[in-house]
Write a protein that binds this ligand. Structure first.
Ligand code: SF4
Length: 464
């Protein structure tokens, strides 16, 4: 039976890389499982075996489904990169599962990345004119081809990657594995997180610090926007493909995508969410008997909201984590079925009560509408929706699957119209200012809330 995911927003990827670590593939297997929330469609690993050959295995499915003990034993070596992936609306094919392995293009090398390149079409046309034929629709292949085309101009890997990164605009946190080194770089805006850690005498890079914790690594620092790390026998060497001073971390990483036990650029995700809940209560208090939340990403914000409002935090909604899952792209109608299969109100808690429901975001509105309906059917006398993010009104071009503007409930609608659509007694959203306060940052990407895209888009946003 087809049971779609009830989550309305999807991160597209998570990456890890290891260098100088015994049984690197075993560690990558564990680290990738801790990043599984960033992508469930497919995963892969590439290692350098003792003879210097790069070995690759990847497939559709969860990490624990794709790799058996035997598979991991067949990926020997002390360096490895790995990837988990979620399909976007346009690209979900097997051919897009990463890492990619390139034996020509000055290779061999393997590459995996998280994010979305906004000038991909322009760069692709340029490369196609030079005779390159693309096997996938992934931006990673684009990155790799650019590395290949710089062979004539640059005589070492660092220079090649730097030149390639300079030609790309948009979001990327990328790991590249060659027989002799691991490279890790972030785009010049710093949209996607990437951290560096020490593991024994070797190193790890990973999209989130929860992966470092899982394998027992010690966090060293974050890879900076525009930075390229070279990790080889000499240790870690830093260089820059671009230095802009920008730190436009995706606000949705804090709000929704990242695991609460991760720390992104010095800010604990759980602490951010709890503080955003407190600020949400200050901005939009609710006349309620209890606070509940949409499990699980809203839990930290609900804790902050309940604490600030001196109301009990109750488990008014439960999530069925055992619902079957497929890799077929969800459709709108099937999403409704998915919500009902995954989320259920707890009648004994909400019956006869005025309920403040904390959610992290409203994207298409399907989940919120059904939840309000289910809570009323369970006997709630009032449902006050409080959203721990600003209205999500603009599509993301940096690697988050949002769909188009016409699928975003808040695009072109008033607060009252949104509240009427979901059927709530009242609705309140967190302000953009509160995101900065909760994170303690002065820079963030908040484009999906205010349309202030940090990059050129190379196309018009469709809600203009
Ligand atoms: S537009 Fe929104 S989802 Fe996309 S990177 Fe910016 S903050 Fe994140």
């Amino acid at each position: 039976m087809y049971i779609p995911d009830s989550r309305e927003l999807h991160e597209e990827c998570g990456v890890v890389g290891f260098y100088g670590v015994d049984h690197a593939a075993t560690h990558a297997f564990l680290a990738l499982q801790s990043l599984q929330h960033r992508g469930q469609q497919g995963c892969g690993m590439a290692t350098v075996d003792p003879s210097g050959q790069i070995l690759l295995q990847k497939n559709a499915g969860l990490v624990k489904e794709v790799f058996t003990q035997k598979d991991i034993e067949n990926l020997p070596g002390t360096s490895c990169i790995g990837h988990v992936r979620y399909p976007t609306t346009n690209v979900g094919g097997q051919e897009n599962i990463q890492p990619f392995l390139f034996s020509r293009l000055g290779g061999p090398f393997a590459l995996a990345h998280n994010g979305n390149i906004v000038n991909a079409e322009q760069v692709k046309k340029y490369l196609e004119k030079q005779g390159h034929l693309f096997r996938s629709t992934s931006d990673s292949e684009l990155f790799a081809y650019l590395i290949g085309t710089t062979m004539r101009q640059a005589n070492n890997w660092e220079a090649r990657i730097t030149r390639a990164a300079n030609l790309l605009d948009g979001a990327f946190a990328t790991v590249i594995l060659t027989p002799h080194a691991l490279y890790a770089c972030r785009d010049k805006y710093g949209f996607r997180p990437l951290s560096l850690g020490k593991l024994g005498s070797g190193y790890i890079v990973a999209s989130e610090t929860c992966a470092l914790e899982t394998v027992g690594a010690e966090w060293i620092r974050d890879v900076e926007p525009g930075e390229l790390l070279t990790i080889d026998q000499k240790g870690v060497h830093s260089s820059w493909h671009s230095r802009t001073g920008l730190h436009k971390m995706c606000a949705m990483e804090y709000i929704y995508f990242a695991r609460p036990d991760s720390v992104i650029e010095g800010c604990s995700v759980h602490a951010f969410r709890k503080q955003s809940g407190r600020l949400l209560q200050a901005e939009h208090p609710a006349d309620a008997d209890l606070v509940t939340c949409v499990p699980e990403s809203s839990m930290s914000a609900a804790m902050g909201f309940a604490e600030a409002s001196h109301l009990p935090l109750e488990m008014g909604i439960i999530k069925n984590i055992y619902v079957a899952r497929t890799f077929i792209q969800p459709t709108q109608s099937m999403r409704s079925v998915g919500v009902k299969m995954k989320l259920s109100p707890v009648t004994s808690i909400v019956k006869g009560k005025r309920v403040a429901v904390i959610d992290d975001s409203i994207v298409r509105g399907t989940t919120s509408k059904l939840l309000v309906q289910m809570l009323r059917e369970a006997g709630a006398t009032a449902v006050h929706m409080r959203i721990a993010s600003p209205p999500y009104a603009w599509p993301c071009f940096y690697g988050i699957d949002t769909g188009t503007s016409d699928q975003l409930l808040a695009s072109g609608r008033s607060l009252q119209a949104i509240s009427d659509f979901i059927g709530a007694d009242s609705l309140g959203y967190l302000s953009v200012d509160a995101l900065y306060k909760a994170s303690g940052r002065t820079q963030l990407c908040t484009a999906c809330f205010d349309g202030g895209y940090p990059t050129e888009l190379y196309q018009e946003p469709d809600n203009k």
